[in-house]
Design a binder for this molecule. Structure first.
Ligand code: ZN
Length: 271
């Protein structure tokens, strides 16, 4: 069994502030270390449960957050940007199952630590009319490759968002959000034990052929992005094929998942 562990940072143990995830801030060094430890706990659980090969995708900011020298020595580390699949860097490496570590809820979610979708400029992303965060977007990319997502870690809000889209997913709740910038955080010793245990369970279920269903999106795929300000929508609407749908939103009809992802990503880069 070959696994891709796709990581983000806002849902890592102990993270409650943007400063924790900002490479220009002095707090970042502590939290990238904690991120590496969370990921190592998942790697360990996965190998114990029977995984053969593990690939890591580093998906936060420039994709260079994990400390490669402190990562479990058995894995392969996809890092850097711009990579073909961004947060899903490595998904095209013949993977059997995906795990999301350090994820966060979508923009606008209440009681969710650092909830956002892709960037602070995006108020909402709709795929075929359904609001989706990074969990939904990246699960859709995995689904395009016929790969299921079997585990997510983060606060209780992302766990609920994930369950709504993938009911069979295993969730590791490493902190209870009490607000956008606040939460009740168990110590890393506790969360790493939880991550290891939940990962083992997810891999065991997968290997025992419990049904994990890749997320399939019916084409044509309508991508609609609502931006924070009208001038952002003006800029995003310059993408050939895109149309302005309201003061703040831009939409585009795409033929498949790679095209839909490229449209969303490009719109965000244009603003
Ligand atoms: Zn992030």
């Amino acid at each position: 069994m070959k696994i891709l562990i796709a990581c983000d940072m806002e849902g890592i143990s102990g993270v409650t502030r943007w400063e924790h995830c900002d490479s220009n801030h002095s707090e970042y060094a502590r939290f990238r270390k904690l991120m590496t430890q969370d990921v190592n706990a998942v790697i360990d659980g996965a190998f114990i449960a029977g995984a053969d090969e593990i690939y890591i995708g580093d998906g936060h900011n420039r994709g260079q957050n994990l400390l490669i020298e402190e990562l479990d020595h058995r894995v392969f580390y996809n890092n850097g940007t711009f990579s073909p699949w961004s947060m899903m860097n490595g998904i095209d490496q013949k993977i059997d199952a995906v795990m999301f570590v350090g994820y966060h809820a979508k923009a606008g979610t209440g009681n969710a630590i650092l909830a956002h979708t892709w960037s602070k400029e995006v108020l909402d992303l709709k795929i075929n009319g359904n609001s989706m965060g990074e969990f939904g977007l990246n699960t859709m990319i995995a689904g395009h490759f016929e790969i299921p997502v079997i585990l997510v870690s983060g606060d209780q809000a992302i766990a609920a968002e994930a369950k709504a889209l993938v009911p069979e997913i295993e969730t590791a709740i490493v902190k209870q959000a009490t607000g956008y910038f606040s939460g009740c955080c168990p110590t890393p010793e506790q969360t790493q034990a939880l991550l290891k245990q939940k990962t083992k369970k997810a891999v065991e279920h997968f290997l025992a052929e419990k049904t994990f269903v890749p997320l399939k999106i019916t084409a044509p795929i309508d991508v609609e992005v609502e931006f924070h300000m009208p001038h952002m929508a003006e800029a995003a609407a310059r993408l050939p094929g895109a149309e302005r749908r309201s003061g703040r939103s831009v939409g585009m009809v795409c033929q498949n998942v790679p095209e839909a992802f490229a449209a969303f990503r490009t719109m965000c880069n244009l603003i």
